[in-house]
Design a binder for this molecule. Sequence first.
Ligand SMILES: [Zn+2]
Length: 97
Amino acid sequence: MRCLLCNAEMLLMEEVPADPTTLPGFEHHTFLCSACNRIERRLLFIGTKTKWTRAVEKLVRKQKALKEEQTLASKSSDQASAVENKPPESPPTPKAE
Ligand SMILES: [Zn+2]
């Protein structure tokens, strides 16, 4: 995130969860500009995922993978799982005029 005044990179200083009853999944993020020391607060939606739901998801995924492994083993087929390998985005090249 960049400063609106000087366009310098802003540093995340603080993450404070918003009121879960009125703003569930939101956090107040406080940014400090590294150049002009301007402070900006933003309300950001970070999702309703807590550590607990993430842990449960991880467990479910693991169980699914195990089940798949078992069915694959019973079929005795050797299928390589497709792993999405995204190449890093190359920076935009300036246009020569
Ligand atoms: Zn600034």
